[in-house]
Write a protein that binds this ligand. Structure first.
Ligand code: PMP
Length: 303
């Protein structure tokens, strides 16, 4: 990763190296951070941040769950996202706003200061070069997602990603492109850092928010675009074997975008390559950025 020059930290633009936290920061010990991942795309009318306000609303929602008072407004965080991309002269970029319990007090319920940063850097395809076209081989993880009455999956909190690391690292160690986790019910949940869509007879099926998953903004984007294109979308619980039996399968997220899955646990999915519905969804999604899909939703926020 090539670090950029500037970062937004507690209300100011600073040099990357100067945005430091103390080793005794609460978040380092207890996972008490909340964050977002947002992409900025190049479009025919200039760079635009995708669903900026929706992402940062989720940042505040995650903070609310953990009783963290972010000492800035939503509008200030949105403005910081714009500012840090511009200061770094980036056009195609990933944005990482985050808030964390900093230094001050000790113990789980300590009322620490809430520090806030917005980092940005260039990022290509998250799961590797060429995967958007070729697809990946995935596996079901031996690790399950957390039960709903343990850690809320609906918060995008740092601590949740201990689970994601176990799933992703196991998959890579075993030679797979990504891992998929089951919920504590034994039913399908989501990928290590991505939501799932399965295609049966031309209809899209995605696992519900009750299946221990993050309610992804890309997932919502796909549901909206697909329904507006006349496709059927169903949110439903699905057992593991449907991963092997569906006609097409893909994962989605801000980082992973729309990544086709060509096999799961060594079983070929459909024709073993991105199918027509997956390609249609990719076209609709990437069309938002190259001008083929009209943004009638107000999702593109020009820099
Ligand atoms: N699930 C998890 C666990 C994630 O980390 C992400 C990425 N933020 C997603 C799903 C997809 O969410 P989004 O489309 O909002 O990026």
């Amino acid at each position: 990763m090539q670090y950029p020059e500037w970062i937004w930290h507690n209300g100011e633009i600073k040099r990357w190296a100067d945005a430091t936290a103390h080793v005794m920061s609460h978040a380092l010990h207890y996972g008490s951070s909340v964050f977002e991942g947002i992409r900025c795309y190049e479009t025919p009318s200039g760079p635009a941040i995708f669903r900026l306000n929706d992402h940062n609303k989720r940042l505040f929602a995650s903070a609310k769950i953990y009783e963290m008072q972010i000492p800035y407004t939503l509008e200030q965080i949105n403005a910081a996202c714009h500012e840090v991309i511009k200061r770094n002269g980036l056009t195609k970029a990933y944005l990482r706003p985050f808030a964390y319990r900093g230094l001050g007090g000790f113990g789980l319920s300590a009322e620490t200061p809430i520090d806030v940063s917005v980092a940005t850097w260039f990022m290509g395809p998250y799961l590797g070069d060429g995967v958007l076209e070729a697809g990946i081989d995935a596996c079901v993880s031996s690790w399950q997602r957390f039960a709903p009455n343990t850690i809320p999956a609906g918060a995008k909190a740092g601590g949740n990603y201990l689970s994601g690391q176990l799933v992703a690292r196991e998959a890579r160690r075993l030679g797979f492109g990504e891992g998929i986790a089951l919920a504590s019910t034994g039913l399908l949940s989501e990928g290590a850092g991505e939501n799932l869509f399965l295609v049966f007879d031309g209809a899209l099926h995605t696992t519900p928010v009750s299946a221990a998953l993050l309610n992804g903004i890309t997932r919502n984007t796909i549901i909206t675009l697909a329904r507006d294109a006349g496709l059927t979308v169903v949110e439903r619980d699905l057992p593991r074997e449907y991963l092997y039996l569906c006609d097409e399968l893909f994962m989605c997220g801000t980082a992973a975008e729309i990544t086709p899955i060509r096999s799961v646990d060594g079983r070929q999915v459909g024709a073993g390559k991105p199918g027509p519905v997956t390609r249609q969804i990719q076209d609709l999604f990437f069309g938002l950025f190259d001008g083929r899909t009209r943004d009638t939703y107000g999702w593109l926020d020009p820099l």
